[in-house]
Every structure is written in C-alpha cells, then in structure tokens.
Design a protein around this ligand. Structure first.
Ligand code: PMP
Length: 441
C-alpha cells in the first residue's frame, strides 16, 4: 500500500519519521469519518487523531468557526492575552464541567499538546504540596516529554533515558482481564485499593507522601482499560484522606468519548486536577489544566509558553462543545459504543483469537490472544502481537484505519469520530470481520 509520495520521502536521506509505520498513507482530503489518500482511495478513520476528532474531519461547524475568526480579522496570536473568543471558550468549557468541579475551579492554558498540560499539572501539585514524587499506574500513558514520560506505566520508551525511572511509584491499575493480583472482578478491585491504601498510609512502608496521584479513568494507549466505578471512588476517597491531590488525565477520554462528558463522571467523583487536550480544540492544538482553587499556590507565569491559548483552536473548541451539547452526542457515543461492542462480541464467538472486548462509549478495544497459548494472563503473547498487526494491515487493505495498543501492542483499538452512524458502524464491523478472517498468525 505504499505510494509514490511515501517512497520519495523514504528515499530522501533526510526523510521525516512519520507517525504510523503501520499506517503508510499520504492523505489528501478528509471529511466526517472518511479520509482520502493521494491515490484517491477512501478509508474509514477509526483512529481519528488518536481520539481527537469528536466531530470527525472538517465538520462544517468547525470550518465555519475558523472562517469567522479569519474573516473578522480577530487576532490569531495573543500570547494568551484575553479575547472575546477566549472568554466564550472558557464559559463553554466551564458549562460542561460538573458543578462540583467548576464552582471552585481555575484554568491554566497550556502549550498545544497533552504532554504540556501534564507537565503543568505536575508542577502545580508539586508546588502546592512541596513534595516531589508521584504515584502513577502500570500501563499509563501521559505523553512523551520528560515529566510526562516519567509517568509512563511501561518501560520501553523510558529505557534509553537514564534516571527517568526515579521519582514515581507505579501501582497496579484495575485490569480485570489480566488482573495483576490474579483475582479479577470485585476482589481484584478491592485488592488494588487495599494496596493503594497501604502505600498512602503505612508509615513503615518506606514511601514518602507523593505530590499527587495521576491516572486515566479509561486507559487508552494502555489497551482501552476502563477503571470500574468502585475503583474510581475508592481511589478518590483514599487520595482525599491522605491529602494527596488527584489528577485525572482526560486527554483521550474527554468531551463525550466515553459516553459522558468526562470519564471520571462514570465514578461520580470530583478530581482535584483535570488534564484536557485532543478533542478540546475541535481538531486544532490546544490543552488546558483545570484545578481546584486551593492548589493555586504557584507563581503567576509558573507555566508560561508562547503558543498557549491558540485562538483558532478555542473558536473550533467552542463550536465543537456547542454541537456536542445541542445534538446530545455523548449519549449517541454511548449507544454506538454498545452497538460496536455487541458486534465485536458476536465475532468473538466465531474467532477464538479475539479475547476480551471492552470499552466505554466509543473508546473500544479487543484483546487479541493466542488461542493456543498456555497462559494469556501475563505470558508474552508473541503470536497475539503478530496477529494484531496482521488484523490492522488487513483492515487497512479493506479501507479501515484502526490502531493497536496495550501490552505488546496486542489490543485493537477503535476510536471513531463520535458522529459515526449505525450504518457506518456496521460497515466498520463488516470490514473488521473480513480482516480477522484473513489475518495471518
Ligand atoms: N495523556 C493521554 C491519556 C493520552 O492519550 C495522550 C496522547 N495519546 C497524552 C496524554 C499526550 O498527548 P500529546 O500526544 O498531545 O502530548
């Protein structure tokens, strides 16, 4: 599936390293759930900017909002100075936060990426508590800059960077299918919470009080692992009684992706700090940190940066929030997610290489397993990794872009635009079914 443009880049000695080695496309146009490559082939995009494109590509309301900024001569660059666009955006954002959070919250605009907002959140809680270490979770993904990378719950990308492993204690995430305690279900959740309680409260445990706890309410890159409501509530309660701020990373899960505006709402909890990016800018780069007023102990300018508060992204973000609200798209995402998971579970009955199917809303994953493997729990599923890659390649061959994640890249992830229709979703399932059928071990 390589094309002339990619081959020219590969041949050039200063060729760019492009995002997806396994998705070798050069794209020309995009609309809704579809992208078109330079050879005119059309693909359904179930990666959607790694969950960024809530309204799909180039939604008319987003394009219109961008046009308005340009046509009206509004300032494109303001160094984060206030503008009517920014004021409106902040109101729109605060309107969709649960009141338990918004009534006492502040906002910090960050650089364009999720990782930059994670860096800001780290600095915020470290300054507020005067402490220096963090608790994070196995399988976590918070970005690729050094502070965010430090929190990554898998070793690979950290290995070349000496010393980066220090300063973070990793805890087991509630991963029912491969329960780290070998328990699963409620017993696994309780075991994880007891362990967390011990680490946070045992004065003989040898762990200093951390500056903060950070997790995703549904792990994304880690393999689409939703934390059960009881675990979210337990972790919230424990961090509160220990006086340790709780940061929830909603970079991938925010803005309706999981069927609610924010994934922490599935546990009906209020975090102290929320990190937002991806969908927040309506497909343009933007990130923010929302945090409880009490934590606001850092100095003005503590997290400065030239490209904060991108005006176009805020205009696109406001337009996105407005449409998500008006058309109740988070609820639609919930229904479509149920439909997708139902379809995948039917396929699971036919294909023994499809293991756990799970997700929340339109953040859905299928664990690819080696049906002949002795133990899939923690064993190295080399055959599963190969199978997952082959499924991804077959999907692409049939016009469907999906991504992999999780342990050894053996979880197939679906992150379609939230506006996807039933009919389009059924088409996705048809292609996926053929791909699984054709995939090689
Ligand atoms: N946090 C989470 C949960 C993410 O999924 C990601 C990106 N996949 C990030 C942070 C980092 O965002 P960015 O790539 O924009 O730095």
């Amino acid at each position: 599936t390589r094309n002339a443009l990619l081959e020219r880049q590969d041949a050039h000695e200063s060729s760019a390293r492009s995002y997806p080695r396994r998705i070798p496309l050069a794209l020309k146009r995009a609309h809704g759930i579809y992208v078109e490559d330079i050879e005119g082939r059309v693909f359904i995009d179930c990666l959607a900017g790694a969950g960024t494109l809530a309204l799909g590509h180039n939604h008319p309301v987003v394009i219109e909002a961008l046009r308005r900024v340009l046509d009206d001569g509004l300032p494109l660059h303001t160094l984060d100075l206030t503008t009517p666009v920014k004021d409106r955006f902040m109101q729109d954002l605060f309107d969709i936060l649960p009141p338990s959070l918004s009534r006492n919250a502040r906002i910090q605009f960050c650089g364009p990426t999720g990782a930059d907002a994670v860096e800001a959140a780290l600095k915020l809680v470290k300054t507020a508590t005067g402490r220096g270490t963090m608790l994070a979770f196995h399988g976590a993904y918070h970005g690729m800059t050094q502070g965010a990378l430090q929190l990554m719950g898998s070793l690979g990308p950290k290995k070349p960077l000496g010393g980066i492993q220090q300063g973070v204690q990793f805890m087991p995430y509630p991963y029912d299918y491969r329960c780290p305690f070998g328990l699963g279900g409620d017993a696994g959740v309780q075991a994880g919470l007891s362990y967390l309680e011990t680490v946070l409260t045992d004065p003989e445990g040898g762990v200093p009080a951390p500056a903060g706890i950070i997790f995703e309410a549904v792990q994304g890159e880690g393999g689409v692992i939703p934390a059960p409501a009881a675990w979210l509530q337990g972790a919230r309660g424990l961090s509160r009684s220990a006086g340790v701020p709780l940061i929830i990373d909603e970079v991938q899960t925010g803005f309706g992706r999981t069927g609610k505006w924010f994934a922490f709402e599935h546990g009906d909890i209020t975090p102290d700090v929320v990190v937002l990016s991806k969908a927040i800018g309506g497909s343009l780069p933007l990130s923010v940190v929302i945090y409880q007023q009490e934590l606001d102990l850092w100095q003005p300018g503590a997290h400065a940066g030239t490209f904060r508060g991108n005006q176009l992204a805020m205009a696109a973000g406001s337009a996105t929030i407005e449409l998500l609200r008006r058309e109740a798209i988070p609820e639609h995402a919930e229904r479509m997610g149920q439909r997708l998971m139902r379809g995948l579970r039917q396929l699971q009955g036919v294909h023994p290489q499809l293991g756990d199917v799970r997700g929340r809303g339109l953040m859905v994953g299928v664990e690819v397993i080696d049906p002949d493997g002795a133990s899939n729990r923690l064993g190295h599923p080399a055959a599963a990794t190969a199978m997952a890659k082959s499924i991804q390649a077959e999907c692409l061959r049939h016009g469907l872009i999906i991504e992999l994640g999780g342990r050894h890249g053996s979880v197939v992830r679906f992150l379609p635009p939230l506006i996807i229709t039933e009919q389009q979703l059924d088409h996705v399932l048809d292609i996926f079914s053929v791909a699984v059928q054709n995939a090689r071990r």
